[in-house]
Design a protein around this ligand. Structure first.
Ligand code: ADP
Length: 581
């Protein structure tokens, strides 16, 4: 079981100092506890009680003897505190490292993976499972060393007593019970793994539902789903509780089982002590040492079940951490600085899972072309556009820019040459200035303001209470749809990229915003190779090239006039648009 965690013990390495301090204080605690207490009972207390005549000892000696108790407990208290403190410190640092590794992985995973998984479950893995792994690792680091030492200390005392006093036989009999206590530990451990996995999975489910519900707050109210959603959530939390209680049942049965076994140990000791004529202090010190043996066994038992829980969480974390990175930099990348922007698709196939989304796509889009992608919903327009920045990887064929396969370029080089304006631009919960600054490497304030002016964003930003330093709220909640779009356009201006991918908004904006956005876009597309997933006839008509998509294929291409005359799908799409707008 311990081997399972070996690769992750590297997290302990960078915290070696705190860990060593934790273990050192732990050992001191173990020694004061496992050895100190029985020694007091056996050697120190009898000095007080075995006096032939009372009051024979000088008072100073009596006080000194009594003082050994608080002294021992002071040492025990301080070492216990420092041990816990440093253990926790190691723990939180491990947690930080595990979470960062997890987060780092999420940044580079292929989009297809993130779309397939539930984001609530991914959230739960990053929060709950990493936290479980942390408690397991710090427990291994701490109790894994401390408890065996405490056990050895107490056992050592027992063995020493066995040879030093008459009660040797008694002690050996008592010792025979110790290995028995390991049996329930082993049994419980096996039961816990499987159930712990269920708990973490269920926790993932609960958080997935919570997440989904929050994202659909409007729909819940609009469709009156409050009751249904609450019931659904109730069922998930209930399943979680059932799973949790199963773990509790096994974990909590452990202590009583061990105590019961120790009670038999004590009974056996009593019987043998009577016949062997063992003295009370020998008996008491042995019982104490024996009790102190069970304590570490119990803790090791707990450690064992914690390791099982940790293993379950580790499995869930590794599911993400070990996901293959399918979209990576090539071994010998073609050096790329500024691309010109000639895009070509050569026999490109692409499928999400088994269902093909693009079939044998061939097209050449010369640099500087404003190219509108049109077609019914689900025809493959977004998929087509997403292959250019390598958000997805072509299954067959190749996508080239300026004649170079996109897979031959470094991802960063490729993506630096592409600007993206999506249908619903996402803003980070930060100031407007910082949201704009994301567009380029390290833009100056002047550059940012210039871009905002080009995007018709400067005017409304100036009117905000803190201007460019206004916080935009989560996902830009404090801005209107049209304002968010203009921020996204300003960002794209700052990027100075030769290729622009534009996902046109379907929802209509108010006419002022609309005019501003359209004008900003007209400026933005000038001189760039542009792929527009177009929804408006005005955009489509102005495009210098139109690709008509249907069922994953480009069924026609040309300009508006020739397509309108020669392609029935295009004509019907266009007529439907103009008829309703
Ligand atoms: P469009 O942009 O023209 O509406 P898409 O490129 O989004 O079309 O989709 C093309 C096909 O691929 C559709 O059949 C769609 O259902 C499917 N598809 C799109 N995205 C995914 C995804 N993340 N997972 C599985 N199938 C998808």
């Amino acid at each position: 079981m311990l081997r399972r965690f070996r690769p992750y013990l590297r997290y302990l390495k960078s915290n070696r100092g705190t860990l060593i301090a934790a273990i050192g204080y732990g050992l001191l605690f173990g020694a004061t506890n496992g050895l100190g207490l029985p020694m007091l009972i056996k050697y120190v207390f009898p000095v007080i009680f075995d006096q032939a005549a009372p009051h024979a000892m000088p008072m100073a000696d009596v006080v000194l003897i009594a003082a050994t108790v608080p002294m021992l407990f002071l040492l025990r208290a301080v070492s216990s505190f420092l041990n816990s403190y440093y253990t926790q410190l190691t723990g939180v640092r491990i947690l930080e490292a595990v979470r960062l590794d997890y987060f780092r992985k999420l940044q580079v995973l292929p989009l297809s993976f993130l779309q397939r998984e539930s984001s609530g479950d991914l959230l739960s893995r990053g929060i709950a499972d990493s936290s479980q792994l942390q408690s397991t690792l710090s427990l291994i680091a701490n109790d894994g060393v401390k408890q065996p030492m405490a056990l050895l200390g107490a056992l050592g005392f027992l063995i020493w007593q066995a040879f030093a006093t008459d009660g040797a036989l008694t002690v050996l009999v008592c010792l025979a019970i110790v290995p028995l206590a390991v049996l329930p530990v082993h049994y419980v451990g096996k039961k816990v793994v499987h159930r712990a996995r269920q708990v973490q999975d269920q926790l993932g489910d609960v958080s997935a539902q919570l997440n989904e519900n929050l994202a659909a707050a409007r729909e819940v109210r609009a469709f009156g789903l409050e009751q249904r959603e609450t019931e659904r959530f109730g069922r998930a939390t209930n399943l979680l509780i059932v799973a949790q209680m199963k773990v509790v049942k096994y974990a909590q049965a452990l202590t009583p089982a061990i105590e019961l076994i120790s009670a038999f140990g004590i009974a056996a000791t009593l019987i043998f002590a009577y016949y062997a004529g063992v003295k009370l202090e020998t008996f008491l010190s042995i019982i104490t040492a024996l009790y102190l043996c069970y304590e570490p066994i119990k803790k090791l038992g707990y450690l064992n079940s914690e390791m099982n829980r940790g293993a379950a969480s580790l499995q869930r974390l590794e599911y993400v951490l070990d996901q293959p990175l399918t979209i990576t930099d090539p071994a010998n990348p073609v050096p790329v600085t500024k691309l010109r922007g000639d895009i070509a698709f050569h026999g490109v196939n692409f499928a999400y899972g088994d269902s093909p989304a693009l079939k044998g796509v061939n097209v050449v889009i010369p640099a500087g072309t404003v190219c509108a992608l049109v077609g019914p919903s689900g025809a493959g327009k977004s998929t087509f556009a997403n292959l250019v920045p390598r958000f997805y990887e072509a299954g067959a064929g190749a996508v080239t820019i300026d004649g170079t396969d996109v897979r031959a370029m470094k991802l960063a080089d490729l993506r630096r040459n592409i600007a993206l304006v999506s249908q619903e631009p996402v803003l980070f919960n930060d100031t407007i200035f910082n949201n704009l600054a994301l567009g380029a490497a390290a833009p100056s304030r002047e550059e940012i303001i210039a871009a905002a002016r080009l995007a018709h964003a400067h005017e409304f930003i100036e009117q905000l209470p803190q201007g460019y330093d206004t916080m935009v709220g989560e996902r830009g909640a404090l801005l209107s749809g049209g304002q968010k779009q203009r921020i996204a356009i300003a960002r794209a201006f700052l990027r100075h990229a030769p290729i622009l991918i534009l996902d046109e908004a379907t929802s209509a904006l108010d006419s002022d915003s609309e005019a501003a956005v359209q004008d900003a876009l007209r400026r933005l597309v000038t001189g760039k190779t542009v792929l527009i997933i177009a929804h408006r006839f005005s955009t489509i008509r102005d495009a210098s090239m139109i690709l008509v998509f249907d069922k994953g294929e480009i069924v026609a291409q040309g300009d508006h006039t020739s397509l309108y005359a020669g392609n029935t799908l295009y004509k019907s799409l266009y007529d439907r648009q103009t008829g309703t707008t």
